[in-house]
Unconditional design. Structure first.
Length: 317
């Protein structure tokens, strides 16, 4: 920029002495952007006869500068800016959604199912934040959901326990927030609770800008939610009038296994079945004490309506 300004001044001091009818800024700009400007100087009429050598020198410098800046450098700069913006978008460093979106924090196997459920609303957009490389998540989503739904998913790189990363998601303007995390990583539940605390702090701080309808949090251990109910965090979220929905993957499957049905799909083991007045017992045997086994046992106990039902959970290693 300093070189261009200097060129304009020098051109004014030399060439402008004998050409009072010339707009010197236009001539300087003409030299910079037009490759034929230098040759036109020689063919243009000049009242003083031959042009001063200083005028020709600065005309040559201006023409060369224009070739560099407007012929190569400017195009290169614009091209690099566009490439960086595209690359940042692919890596999840840019975000354009500002309101009425659904936020998913973390990536797990259940995320595609959540996205499918959200995308039943044709106007819904999903902002997915994860520390997993964005390219890897994009490939998994591409193979799991329909293309029209995939177009409405924006991937943002970040960590769910980072306040700075969370503030970029416009949580107060979101419709709903899903704290998913990654169940395969250690301390999953503890990190999700830590994330909940930071999300609550952001919502409370900016509650005048709006609040989401609900916060859904995934827990690996069924006992985590029971422990959370006696904490101040549970009560604080309730006071914000934001619906809190705990979700446990194993509990959901256990409920599906013990669901009521009117249809009988297999014969009774004991004739006409065992009534509540029968002296016989039914034993539900669950082998293993994994998270799913424990959850299955708890759900079976909830479904126990007969006085004669006995449960036994047997561990085999």
């Amino acid at each position: 920029m300093a070189l261009i300004i200097g060129l304009v001044i020098c051109y004014f001091l030399t060439f402008g002495k004998n050409r009072r009818d010339v707009n010197f800024f236009e001539w300087a700009l003409y030299l910079l952007i037009d490759g034929n400007a230098l040759s036109n100087i020689y063919t243009d009429s000049y009242a003083g006869g031959e042009r001063p050598w200083l005028t020709l020198l600065f005309a040559i410098l201006g023409s060369l500068l224009g070739m560099v800046v407007f012929g190569g450098m400017l195009i290169s700069v614009l091209s690099n800016m566009l490439e960086r913006r595209i690359e940042n978008y692919r890596k999840g460093k840019n975000t354009y959604i500002k309101e009425n979106h659904y936020v998913i924090l973390g990536y797990d196997e259940i995320v595609p199912s959540i996205i499918k459920q959200i995308c039943t609303n044709e106007d819904a957009y999903v902002l997915l934040q994860s520390s997993v490389p964005s390219e890897e998540i994009a490939e998994k989503i591409h193979s799991s959901i329909a293309q029209d739904c995939e177009k409405r998913v924006i991937i943002k790189n970040g960590h769910r326990t980072s306040v700075k990363d969370l503030e970029e998601l416009k949580l107060n303007q979101a419709c709903s927030i899903y704290i998913v995390g990654d169940r395969t990583k250690p301390s999953h539940d503890a990190m999700n609770i830590d994330c909940m605390e930071k999300v609550y702090a952001i919502l409370e701080k900016n509650k005048d800008k709006g609040l989401p309808e609900s916060i859904t949090t995934v827990f690996e251990d069924p006992d985590t939610y029971a422990a959370l109910q006696v904490t101040d965090l549970f009560e604080d979220i309730r006071k914000l009038k934001v619906e809190f929905i705990p979700y446990n993957f194993y509990s959901d499957w256990a409920k599906q296994m013990f669901v009521d049905t009117d249809g009988i799909r297999y014969p009774f083991i004991d004739g006409d079945g065992i009534s509540s007045k029968s002296d016989k017992h039914v034993h539900v045997v669950i082998v293993g004490t994994s998270s799913f086994g424990v959850t299955l046992g708890i759900e079976a106990a909830k479904c126990s309506t007969f006085r004669t039902l006995t449960e036994r959970i047997i561990e085999r290693r």
